[in-house]
Write a protein that binds this ligand. Structure first.
Ligand code: NAP
Ligand code: FER
Length: 343
């Protein structure tokens, strides 16, 4: 298991803005003193870090929903940690918390930056997966924008991943025919045999994606939850039904691209089908996170939503975990285990 120093703070910094795929040398491990919490502040020790696709965007020097990470700054990211010292009422030593604390052993949080987790909800890493940003993305993206109806066909890409696996299972709960695409036979078997999807396509080996979609979606496509973009999305667009809804959640096939690929040219299908495509950003739904977490939590308890985590050990391995996730080598929600709770 990983060791975490008691009197030093290891941090993973952005060392360069990568062109194309990030490399291990795009990051740098630095060590400094454990920070001191000031008035109303809290010192948190990291237990699990999340690595997510959006971090690739934050490494670029472009305007987005949030400012870019600067060179030599700590990598951003969601963390589940343990309160070590608290100068804030309502938080005590030993509390398990969630915050955007970054890739480091220790962080000081200001008021309003932490959410105290219910210790009865286990494993605590769920706060970075099904009950966290990815699960909430699936919940609000599919239900609010996709509005799936009983009997409709829902296609989801990156279907075995943190977001996609939840999308497909919610669509099953809503009575849909669910088709997932993923990058290996093992992932396709998992979504069909373990998660109950009706069909799966290995987009890397399928050859003709259109023919594969035709076979998997004999009644056409009513809802597409797009996590990847690129040629798969083009092939889906050619098969949308009247009044189809397309949720543009992610475009991971484009995240390492230096120049954007040519956009979809087959938008005529939107006229034919009077369809809608809508971009989605989870932070727009912050006021309703509790509703999403309650529903997702109940579905886990009822056995209707299963999940899979892919955990790499050691803070120093966060860059490796991030790189492998972008390459599709993760199988389930990619996490980094930093340390165990002290109690
Ligand atoms: P994930 O699916 O657990 O992991 C990423 C997966 O993307 C990889 O395992 C890989 O799976 C797939 N992938 C990588 N390169 C690809 C390519 N060139 N073509 C097709 N698939 C590729 O990650 P996640 O956290 O659940 O995120 C999924 C998507 O949701 C991402 O696009 C992310 O940006 C998006 N997202 C958006 C929001 C929002 O608010 N808009 C919030 C959260 C996540 P395969 O083996 O199947 O290729
Ligand atoms: C993501 C992909 C893109 C994501 C957010 C974005 C939170 C937003 C990008 C932007 O505003 O430029 O996975 O997750």
């Amino acid at each position: 298991m990983s060791s975490q120093p008691a009197n030093a703070n290891r941090q993973i910094l952005l060392a360069e803005r990568p062109s194309g795929e990030p490399r291990e040398s795009s990051f740098r491990l630095a060590e400094g003193p454990v920070p001191d919490p000031g008035e109303d502040e809290v010192l948190v020790r990291s237990l699990f870090l999340s690595v997510d696709p959006y971090m690739r965007g934050r490494m670029r020097d472009v305007k987005s929903y949030a400012p870019p990470i600067q060179l030599d700054e700590v990598m951003v990211g969601g963390v589940v940690g343990e309160v070590v010292r608290s100068n804030q009422s309502g938080l005590e030593t030993g509390d398990i918390v969630l915050g955007m604390l970054g890739w480091q052993d220790y962080a000081v949080a200001k008021p309003g930056q932490l959410h105290k987790l219910d210790p009865r909800i286990q494993p605590i890493s769920l706060a970075l997966g099904v009950l966290g940003m990815p699960g909430l993305t699936a919940y609000f993206g599919l239900l609010d924008i996709g509005q799936p109806k009983d009997g409709e066909t829902v296609v989801v890409s990156a279907a075995s991943g943190a977001v996609g696996a939840v999308v497909g299972q919610i669509a099953k709960i809503k009575g849909c025919r669910v088709v997932g695409t993923a990058g290996s036979d093992a992932k396709v078997e998992y979504i069909m045999n373990e998660l109950g999807f009706d069909a799966g396509i290995n987009y890397k080996t399928a050859g003709n994606l259109g023919a594969a979609l035709d076979a998997a979606c004999p009644a056409g496509i009513d809802v597409y939850f797009d996590n990847v973009g690129g040629p798969l999305t083009d092939a889906v667009i050619a098969r949308i039904n009247e009044r189809a809804r397309l949720i543009i959640c992610g475009q991971i096939s484009q995240y390492n691209a230096e120049k954007p690929e040519m956009g979809p040219r087959n938008l005529f299908h939107f006229i034919r089908a009077r369809a809608r495509m809508e971009g989605f950003l989870i932070f727009d739904h912050a006021a309703r996170y509790a509703e999403g977490q309650a529903a997702l939590g109940q579905w886990i308890v009822d056995g209707k939503i299963k999940y899979r985590e892919d955990v790499m050990d050691g803070l120093e391995n966060a860059p490796k975990a991030f790189i492998r996730m972008l390459r599709g080598e993760n199988f389930g929600k990619q996490l980094v285990h930093v340390a165990d709770p002290s109690a």
